[in-house]
Design a protein around this ligand. Structure first.
Ligand code: 4NP
Length: 154
């Protein structure tokens, strides 16, 4: 199974989701059966490591994001992944426009499908440290629900 997380810059929210899901799959013994990646709708940060604030907040909870490099999402991703999960509604709208008609990949809003209180992961880029903690809180909880679904699908 192949899962792609998508946000705007691919340096804050989707790299966090990639790192958290990969960690949770390792804990569940499923790391070999699921390929996890992330991408951005924008191209400003292509090739760069995640934002330093994102890396710091994630590392403090045990997720090392330092090996990740940003990439821009394209139509080919819909052939390469089974599940494409958008962090907010703007990302989802971008992906809906990009998605080829015949694509088999499922496309959904990450928190609408797996979250509880909010249906979007708020963009932390222009805010304070609290925003990065909230991103982690929302993503950790939703990834737990995603892992349950993955177990059922494998
Ligand atoms: P992300 O956050 O979409 O969670 O990676 C952002 C990163 C960079 C920018 C915006 C959002 N930016 O405008 O450069």
């Amino acid at each position: 199974m192949r899962v792609l997380f998508v946000c705007l810059g691919n340096i804050c929210r989707s790299p966090t989701a990639e790192g958290v899901l990969r960690h949770q799959l390792q804990v569940a013994g499923l790391a070999d059966q699921v390929h996890v990646a992330s991408a951005g709708t924008g191209d400003w940060h292509v090739g760069k490591a995640p934002d330093a604030r994102t890396c710091r907040a994630a590392l403090s909870r045990g997720y090392d994001l330092s090996a990740q490099r940003a990439q821009q999402v394209s139509a080919r991703h819909f052939a390469e992944y089974d599940l494409v999960l958008a962090m907010d509604k703007s990302n989802l709208a971008h992906l809906q426009a990009l998605r080829p008609h015949a694509a088999s990949a499922e496309l959904d809003l990450f928190l609408r499908r797996y979250g509880a209180a909010l249906d979007e992961v708020p963009d932390p880029y222009y805010g304070g440290a609290d925003g990065f903690e909230q991103v982690l809180d929302l993503i950790e909880a939703a990834c737990q629900a995603l892992v349950v679904e993955i177990k059922g699908r494998l």
